[in-house]
Design a protein around this ligand. Structure first.
Ligand code: SF4
Ligand SMILES: [Zn+2]
Ligand SMILES: [Zn+2]
Length: 321
């Protein structure tokens, strides 16, 4: 097959659009979609200037998604004085998994010469995920602990780094899975939250208040194309599964979606087009409920609805074992 644009050998065929693209045109197309998303989400506010720059903290895990996001952001904004890019990596303490992806993060940040902050569960909480899984005092899936710890550190360190926005590498497949899971669980409040927290146009979202707003500039690009981009550009991405991965329901939805996409190309795109519109309407509807009153956690000071936050409670129960 030949590239539709230049006639050279195509490296991929996108069934959802019918396009055949060569290496250069695929990479250009991925970059174009990321830039368009940044523009359409109004991520860069008009009042950002070299004297008043925006700080964008990128959650860099070392997997292909966040590595590709970091590379494209650096290519696009690396010399733009209105934006400062910082990479933030969280080490959960998972042997044989995170060590290698941390190496990928260090290599990329040094290649691109961007400030890189590495934070570990061990230093911050005195725990490692490998031990947490062993002890499992709450009888929960590994990801249920890990997600609470990661959110806490991302939020806290993004704040310390002066983040105006926290950018993550979620791709089209990830977001379409989340959209379907929210539907299947019948959770419209979650849909509304999803919009305000991480997928909406910044001019239409509710102010995130105490929290740092998130953005997902890769969310128009299918996972396979992100992987191909990382490979073609020879980026230092680390691709293995976490040994404690336990998101069984997401995996089921992922299989369903892949099957649907195979039989009906374009399904992921149409899910997201409809979902984003609906999420915006839902967000407007639920904002009337008012914000929950948040207190400072008695132990760590982070925002919580009660007296002690969930992370501090989990750490307490792990330490008690
Ligand atoms: S798969 Fe689960 S346990 Fe592994 S790093 Fe991700 S959230 Fe943590
Ligand atoms: Zn071409
Ligand atoms: Zn706390």
């Amino acid at each position: 097959m030949e590239c539709d644009k230049c006639g050279r050998d195509a490296v991929m065929h996108a069934a959802y659009s019918g396009a055949h693209l060569c290496e250069d045109h695929l990479c250009a197309s991925v970059e174009k979609r990321v830039r368009r998303r940044i523009r359409e989400d109004n991520m860069l506010p008009r009042d950002a200037t070299p004297d008043n720059p925006q700080t964008w903290v990128i959650g860099l895990s070392g997997g292909k998604d966040s590595v590709v996001l970091t590379q494209i952001l650096d290519d696009t904004f690396g010399r733009d004085p209105r934006i400062e890019l910082v990479a933030l990596t969280i080490h959960e303490g998972i042997e044989g998994y995170r060590d290698k992806s941390v190496d990928a993060c260090v290599e990329l940040a040094s290649d691109l010469d961007i400030h890189h902050e590495l934070v570990t569960y061990e230093d911050e909480f005195g725990v490692q995920m490998d031990d947490v899984v062993e002890k499992d005092p709450e009888n929960m899936a590994a990801c249920a602990y890990c997600g609470v710890f990661r959110r806490d550190l991302l939020e806290r360190f993004a704040d310390e780094l002066g983040a105006d926005k926290l950018l993550t590498g979620h791709n089209l497949d990830d977001e379409a899975q989340t959209a379907l899971m929210n539907f299947f669980e019948g959770d419209l409040k979650q849909v509304a939250k999803h919009y305000d927290a991480s997928i909406g146009d910044f001019e239409k979202r509710r102010d995130a208040g105490e929290f740092i707003p998130r953005a997902k500039p890769l969310r128009d690009v299918p996972e396979k194309e992100v992987a191909l981009y990382a490979h073609l550009k020879d980026l230092p991405a680390h691709i293995t599964e976490c040994p404690h991965s336990s998101e069984a329901y997401r995996a089921e939805v992922q299989q369903l979606l892949l099957k649907l996409e195979e039989n009906h190309p374009g399904t992921r795109h149409s899910i997201m087009a409809g979902y984003e519109e609906l999420a915006e309407i839902t967000a407007r509807e639920y904002r009337g409920d008012g914000k929950a009153d948040l207190n400072d956690c008695e132990r760590c000071g982070s925002k919580t609805a009660g007296d002690v936050c969930r992370k501090c409670r989990l750490i307490e129960s792990i330490e008690a074992v």
